[in-house]
Design a protein around this ligand. Sequence first.
Ligand SMILES: O=C(O)[C@]1(O)C=C(c2cccc(Sc3ccccc3)c2)[C@@H](O)[C@H](O)C1
Length: 146
Amino acid sequence: MMSGKVLVLHGPNLNLLGTREPEIYGHETLADIDNALREHAVLEGWELASRQSNHEGELIDAIHAARLDGTVAIIINPAAYTHTSVAILDALNAFDGTVIEVHLSNVHKRESFRHHSYVSLRADGVIAGLGSQGYHAALDAVIRKG
Ligand SMILES: O=C(O)[C@]1(O)C=C(c2cccc(Sc3ccccc3)c2)[C@@H](O)[C@H](O)C1
């Protein structure tokens, strides 16, 4: 059974998940999501690290660290930085592994400014609108790719 190391990155305000707008983002907290993802990875013999930050530079630093620590895939929900950050795109372009972009909501059914993603220019796959199951679908894809 192949195994590897996956990094899950959550962008700004996702630390507030579960507190507001459950009709858009669900009722789970970020801790609920991270705990379920870690259990999913361990059951498959994979290692999973997760990080949430409200600061663009911290997310970029985490991507840079992943280049050097054996991480084979990054699953990222950039939140609002999806639509604004060339800097995060540039950092992801310097990462040679698999990149999967995840959004809890279907951004294409929302405000027009959410329809564009800089990160999608690098992402190997994009999953949107499946809630927290989107993270698990991304992890399954990474594990199947090996
Ligand atoms: O759907 C997503 O996961 C998304 O990446 C997440 C976003 C987002 C935006 C604001 C807050 C939150 S998390 C949250 C939810 C409810 C209350 C407080 C914070 C996520 C949006 O910026 C993006 O356009 C879409």
